[in-house]
Design a protein around this ligand. Structure first.
Ligand SMILES: Cc1cc2nc3c(=O)[nH]c(=O)nc-3n(C[C@H](O)[C@H](O)[C@H](O)COP(=O)(O)OP(=O)(O)OC[C@H]3O[C@@H](n4cnc5c(N)ncnc54)[C@H](O)[C@@H]3O)c2cc1C
Length: 400
């Protein structure tokens, strides 16, 4: 169910396994995806898919200021390529791998479970049956059950692809996080922080996006838009033409789904967004083949398994204990970060990117095995200034 990146990643792998798959989505799978997806290029290179990038930046930097000396704003260089998918090429390459898949353009309304099958009832009244259904309908899915663990932090961003009277970033440059707060008033400095994510697309086109990493309640779009305007105005930059506006809002720490439910999920609905960074596409590409392989094995070796048993086996592959442990650690880290004021947050990131590149990049991609992840977090703790150490253990003092 679905036609976003998660649905196409898992469908294409199921098709590669020779399974009989039908896809059901509210709209045509050829409709261009509304979001632009970014990724550290090495993550994609390691899957042999670097060619899917439409843009690739070598000059990748961030600004974190220098504690309370915010005018000392030399950038940190990441020396690591970042890329944006060529959206059409990415979508088409997955659709090509889905060759032969039949699409039902329908909206799922209800799901019922019978002995050997799952039945999806659509808003049209049509019913479809399958040995197993995978919900890839995104983080708003009403079909996947998960515990209610209080307020869910959201990543929110407002961005503009456009032309400017003065370049907001240097030529061929990508800015992961510009946290310089020198345009903010004293009272604004006490509000939840946000940073600029920005890049040069070439041909006088730039993307600038004011982003709040994670917050509950989320920062509103008008607030982010106002902050973006004042950030640009402070640097004497005016927007001349808006080519595209991006409104981004998605949950960062959606609780993990129950693993004993009869419906399997993949993507946003399965809480696969990285809780510390908000990235997911790399994880979809890495994790889809194992899940598809396991389902294929089960369907051929154990034909007697019913829908519910198949789904439960699938959940074990998708969320093994080791990944759950990592996820919990990331969620713990995010919770701590959300308690930091803007100066502490800037200092935290400045320290984080002092880790060896191998460590921070694998932390962000979620490719560190659990013991190594703990080790990297301990390293981070060790190299952190005292105020960050106190923040990490939950002792945060705010400036009044
Ligand atoms: C603006 C934005 C920018 C992002 N940028 C990045 C990024 O740069 N890098 C990154 O890794 N991640 C990014 N993410 C996070 C994450 O990768 C995306 O949210 C991603 O689109 C989630 O994929 P998905 O396929 O699970 O869900 P979605 O993309 O939301 O797709 C859900 C699909 O299910 C269909 N559907 C929904 N309900 C039903 C139903 N009842 N019946 C049938 N079909 C249904 C929808 O029509 C849609 O096709 C971003 C998220 C947002 C919102």
């Amino acid at each position: 169910m679905g036609a976003g990146p998660a649905a196409l990643c898992i469908s294409s792998e199921l098709i590669q396994q020779g399974l009989n798959v039908r896809a059901l989505a509210s709209h045509s799978p050829e409709k261009p995806w509304p979001n632009t997806y970014g990724i550290w290029a090495e993550e994609l290179d390691s899957l042999g898919m670097g060619y899917l990038l439409g843009h690739r930046w070598k000059d990748t930097i961030s600004y974190f200021g220098n504690g309370d000396k915010i005018s000392e704003a030399n950038p940190i260089t990441h020396d690591f390529d970042y890329g944006l998918f060529d959206q059409a090429a990415f979508q088409n390459s997955l659709l090509e791998k889905c060759s032969g898949l039949s699409w039902l353009i329908e909206t799922a309304e209800q799901i019922s479970y019978f002995d050997k099958i799952t039945e999806v009832t659509c808003s049209s009244g049509n019913k479809y049956r399958a040995r197993i259904v995978i919900d890839a309908s995104g983080h708003k899915s009403k079909f996947i059950n998960r515990p209610h663990k209080g307020s869910v932090a959201q990543q929110a961003a407002y961005g503009v692809v456009g032309r400017f009277d003065y370049p907001p970033v240097e030529k061929d440059q990508f800015v992961l996080m510009d946290f310089r707060p020198d345009h903010l008033t004293k009272s604004e400095l006490k509000e939840p922080p946000s940073f600029l994510y920005a890049m040069d697309f070439g041909k006088d086109l730039f993307f600038v996006e004011e982003t709040s990493l994670a917050c509950f309640p989320p920062l509103s779009f008008p607030t982010l838009k106002k902050r973006l305007s004042s950030r640009l105005a402070h640097r004497g930059i005016k927007i001349l033409e808006v080519v595209h506006e991006e409104h981004c809002l998605f949950p960062m720490n959606l609780p993990l789904p129950y693993r004993n439910q009869s419906l399997l999920a993949f993507g946003g609905s399965a809480s696969m967004v990285h809780p510390a960074s908000g990235y997911m596409v790399g994880a979809l590409l890495r994790r889809a083949p194992d899940l598809a392989r396991k389902l294929s094995e089960l369907l051929s070796i154990e034909p007697s398994l019913n829908s519910s048993e198949l789904a439960k086996e699938g959940w074990k592959v998708l969320w093994p204990i080791e990944l759950i442990q990592r996820h919990r650690l990331y969620q713990f880290g995010l919770k701590r970060l959300m308690s930091f004021d803007e100066e502490l947050l800037r200092t935290f990131f400045a320290t984080f990117f002092k880790l060896p590149r191998e460590d921070w990049s694998r932390f962000l991609a979620n490719t560190l095995p659990f013991p190594e992840l703990i080790l990297v977090m301990l390293k981070l703790f060790y190299i952190s200034p005292l105020k960050i150490k106190l923040g990490m253990i939950g002792l945060v003092f705010f400036k009044i």
